[in-house]
Design a binder for this molecule. Structure first.
Ligand code: ADP
Ligand code: MG
Length: 614
């Protein structure tokens, strides 16, 4: 048999290698912005068309390249940043694998124009799918401009894999934020589809954060600083009352590179425990400088993960640095009577939501076999079927909505009976709330337990979908229009949702500079709640975009339903509970929430009998 092994042609090898570096338009943006920073640019422009599908261009005023370097820069493993193996451990610049440009050129049409500061003429290079089409001298500004067109033109599978424009553009903005934040001395501009959408003059770090994330951060940022011989921590944390329901404002930089580090994140999170309500996330923009020899950046191809030689030490420094800062700024209650202030309504942070009291769950406890419960939470005297519960053994009320609550016994529980709106007559007045989480009522021959949050999400979801169909929504004009300020990527999402939000009753006007004015809301939303609700919609909408492919109106209806629903831990009056039951059984689907959670559990008389006889 003849030999069969062959070397892959270069262009195929390059395409394969490119897959590691270039996953989506945002990866190109990241690599090119980093190169511009490495070249010492003080002014960088980013031009995007069609979320990067048609064009991604970065223009910088950095060092530029000679004609030979310009040609070399597209070769694989061509880099000016690494001369010998030891440099790998001392490198402080952003990239050093010399792979980015080669990879980008393998999967796009690339036009490079570059000129050294002191040269008269620059160089122009055109490459298509790794194939050099033209190299010639050209007149151009000092610095470098690289235009990447028709990304993945030769890999249709990759192109099809890209998500909607808004998702891809959001990824781009996220990469952009990660670089623009930590280089406040550099001026940045973004032109998106021909319009200038971000303009950042050189500024101090704090001002850069505010420029990117909105004016509301002005009063919420507290500086942190901690220096030791081996580590330097600086940056800003967001005060506890500025904590938001979105996880977005969390940035770690190590040696001026954005990184993700769950362990260090925990160090910050821990410092904020007890200071922010559940479901809210602390915000931080933290820069850590360490000797490059003590970190290994190269463990992940996209370089957002790093390993420290001594992680525990850094964890300790970071945690104590933040706790100290919170303490110095009196952001943390130190004495008991200070803590009381949180319960003084006037002094409560505006968007503070009191934490539900927590109870310990004993999964082995069987409420049906406890002969003498200590404290019956509810006893309906006229009810022949008396149920006594011991609240001390109920599931933890603070569990978040997605956790599964363990059934207290081994009985198999029927998820729903065939109940329709007609079954209303089976309900009687005996209805109560269990642990501020469940509505419990009785049917003719069974006990029905309803998850209040899941039920309300279903009710609202169907209500909002109906509003889309009927377009009869009434907008309630607000007396004092509220101004809301967001980060560029959040602002994009609001713009994306705005038509749908309008149809649901929100009158939100774009005011430029990522600012919006809320002139009106649906009649069932209170003015004071607007910011929280829109934050909640944003978080849900963004998560749904990433995890599910929903139609936009379904996504907006779902996000609004999740944001405005009654939550676990909320007390309900008997009338409210009755309304929920009535509305739930008027829904088209009444046994699962829009995200697939079980809403009702029924325990039949038969099941009870079996329990008693076992
Ligand atoms: P790396 O950044 O890892 O060195 P790249 O493929 O990103 O690899 O870039 C290859 C080389 O091209 C760089 O080392 C640098 O010398 C040069 N280069 C790339 N972009 C620029 C730019 N915007 N300005 C000046 N030189 C650049
Ligand atoms: Mg690079």
């Amino acid at each position: 048999m003849s030999d069969i092994i062959q070397l892959l042609p270069d262009h195929i090898a390059n395409q394969i290698a490119a897959g590691e570096v270039v996953q989506r338009p945002a990866s190109v943006v990241k690599e090119m912005l980093e190169n511009a920073i490495d070249a010492g640019a003080t002014k960088i422009e980013l031009i995007i068309k069609d979320a990067g599908r048609t064009l991604i261009q970065v223009i910088d005023n950095g060092a530029g390249m000679s004609a030979t370097d310009a040609r070399m820069s597209f070769e694989r493993h061509a880099t000016s940043k690494l001369r010998k193996a030891e440099d790998l451990f001392a490198i402080c610049t952003m990239g050093f694998r010399g792979e980015a440009l080669a990879s980008i050129a393998a999967v796009a049409h690339v036009e490079l124009k570059t000129k050294l500061q002191d040269d008269e003429l620059g160089t122009q290079i055109i490459i298509e799918g790794s194939e050099m089409k033209d190299q010639s001298p050209c007149a151009c500004a000092s610095g470098t401009s690289i235009a990447v067109k028709n990304l993945f033109f030769n890999i249709p599978a990759r192109r099809n894999f890209l998500k909607s424009d808004s998702v891809e553009y959001n990824h781009i903005l996220e990469e952009f934020n990660r670089i623009a934040l930590i280089h406040p001395e550099v001026a940045f501009t973004i032109y998106n589809n021909g319009k200038q959408s971000v303009l950042l003059p050189p500024s101090a770090y704090k001002l850069r954060i505010i420029a990117l994330f909105g004016n509301s951060f002005q009063s919420k940022l507290v500086a942190i600083e901690e220096n030791t011989q081996s580590i330097h921590i600086s940056g800003y944390i967001v005060t506890p009352n500025g904590a938001r329901r979105t996880r977005g404002d969390q940035y770690f930089f190590v040696n001026k590179r954005f990184i993700k580090h769950p362990y260090l994140h925990h160090a910050v999170d821990k410092a904020f425990t007890e200071l922010i309500p559940q479901g809210y996330f602390p915000g931080y923009f933290i820069s850590i400088e360490v000797d490059p020899k003590t970190i290994d950046i190269n463990i992940h191809p996209t370089k957002t993960e790093i390993k420290f030689t001594d992680e525990k030490l850094i964890y300790g420094f970071l945690n104590s640095c933040i706790r100290k800062t919170l303490g110095i700024n009196s952001l943390t209650p130190t004495l008991d009577f200070n803590q009381e202030q949180y319960f003084n309504v006037d002094q409560m942070p505006k968007d503070y939501i009191p934490k539900a009291p927590t109870l310990n769950l004993n999964p082995n406890y069987n409420p049906f076999s406890n002969p003498k419960p200590d404290k019956p939470e509810y006893r309906h005297n006229s009810d022949p079927m008396r149920i006594d519960f011991n609240p001390d053994f109920l599931p933890d009320a603070s569990m978040n909505g997605d956790s599964q609550i363990l059934p207290p016994t081994e009985i198999s529980i029927q998820s729903s009976l065939n109940i329709t709106a007609d079954s209303e007559k089976y309900f009687d007045a005996s209805i109560f709330q269990l642990n501020k989480t469940y509505i419990v009522t009785k049917l003719k021959t069974s006990i029905l337990v309803i998850d209040q949050q899941a039920a309300h999400e279903r009710i609202l979801f169907e209500k909002y979908l109906l509003r889309f169909e009927n377009s009869t929504t009434i907008i309630q004009q607000t007396l004092f229009p509220q101004t809301l300020n967001y980060s560029a990527s959040e602002a994009e999402l609001i713009k994306e949702m705005n038509t749908e939000l309008f149809r649901l009753g929100f009158d939100i006007q774009e005011f430029g500079n990522n600012t919006f004015i809320v002139n009106g809301t649906p009649a069932d939303i209170e003015d004071g709640e607007v910011k929280n609700i829109i934050d909640g919609i944003l978080e849900n909408f963004k998560n749904n975009l990433i995890t599910q492919r929903l139609d936009k109106d379904v996504n907006v209806a779902l996000s609004l339903a999740k944001s405005t629903s009654i939550k676990q831990g909320q007390s309900l009056t008997e009338i409210e509970m009755q309304n929920i039951i009535d509305e739930l059984y008027a829904c088209q689907i009444s046994d699962t929430s829009p995200t697939g959670k079980k809403i009702t559990v029924a325990i039949t008389e038969d099941q009870l009998k079996r329990l008693f006889n076992s």
